[in-house]
Design a protein around this ligand. Structure first.
Ligand SMILES: [Zn+2]
Length: 90
């Protein structure tokens, strides 16, 4: 595996971890039908997830990098589940 590919996979893995923290603090909700995450627009819950991320030394991340991952993960999450939106259109 090339080094670049490896880094991308590691990043995806870290983003998935950050999303898990966001779910835990209630910043985002997982759709019960589609497993897709939706944004709750709760800045306090996002801050809480960032705090958790900074404390998570187990993943060997620099605190600032961990915080950045959480912010990046939030940007990746929409305000509606695309699966549910498709249902509503039909
Ligand atoms: Zn859904």
């Amino acid at each position: 595996m090339s080094q670049a590919k490896h880094l991308i996979e590691q990043h995806d893995d870290n983003i998935a971890w950050a999303k898990g923290l966001l779910v835990r603090t209630g910043a985002v909700t997982k759709c019960e039908h589609h497993e897709e995450l939706t944004d709750n627009y709760d800045p306090e819950a996002v801050e809480e997830a960032i705090k958790l991320a900074k404390k998570a030394s187990a993943r060997d991340l620099i605190a600032d990098h961990a915080a950045e991952l959480v912010r990046e993960a939030v940007l990746d999450i929409g305000d509606e589940c695309s699966g549910c939106a498709a249902w509503e259109r039909d």
